[in-house]
Design a protein around this ligand. Sequence first.
Ligand SMILES: [Zn+2]
Length: 331
Amino acid sequence: MPAVRVAAERARVPVAVHLDHGSSLEAAVQGIRLGFNGVMVDASTQPLAENIARTRAVAEMAHACGVPAEGELGYVAGVEGEDADRHPGEVIYTAPEEAERYVRETGVDFLAVSIGTVHGRMRGEPRLDFDRLAAIRARVSVPLVIHGGTGLSDAQFRRLIDHGVAKINYYTALADAAGAAIRGNAQAVDRGSYTDLVRGSQDAICAEVERCVALWGGAGQAEAVLAACRPWREVEHLIFYNTRDLPEDQSRAMMAEGRRVLSAIPGVRRVVTGTSVADGAPYRHCWAVRFSHPAVIDSYRDHPDHQAFANGLFRPLAADRITIDFQHVLD
Ligand SMILES: [Zn+2]
């Protein structure tokens, strides 16, 4: 994730780093801690009421961290990157009236729907239920998501987008493009090393991404998107403090407890504790708590674990303190 985040920050086009098929609330919390700025919760194998309850819990947590949430209703069978007929799970189509209730009760920001695609490689062109997609579109206003985009025709992609699909998951075709490049290398050389074999595989992925970006209408849109979006900026929550007559080992124990408790709060990316290098510094100790987003300033302050630690342990020992929230400034 650190490498992914750096690559996203360096890009001149807007990049979302999205957790795909998060399996639980804990997975979504962990994903946001690692730096994802979008999360999907997939409880689509559960009955509707359970799917709604699990998805709502993730969406509420994510929104308190400034992160949008994607939910899935209906079931898209298959496994990314594999032949679909090896995983013949039953496709469950999304019911439009359930979609309306699901979006209203969960508060999701994007809805993944099941209208005939499957994860992985299909034989022949899949048949898509566009009437169903139109009925879903008529009942929900959030952007729609298609999982299992591999193998659809250009005309099918255009029609999906015309029906309100704004995100298409497209892994298998990209993995296959790299696989084809590697197979070609293997046939061309007798004894290829790893570097001989993978040569050109990144270019093969790039070529297919470029084709899709153009086909799906994304080409040349970066500037307009950036103008409509707020930049993704983390916040440093800094506390400088002095403790009166507190033995060093108790001070360290309090810091260790704080790192343990506070780093588990949703939206906290990491907690660092420190002690001043110079003896005469106006404040002897420091907490540096990194938030994923400015929204965490409020949700962290009100979180019961933070309240318990701050009121029960920290504040009575550190009456002399200042707290400042700094937002990162990047050019
Ligand atoms: Zn998927």
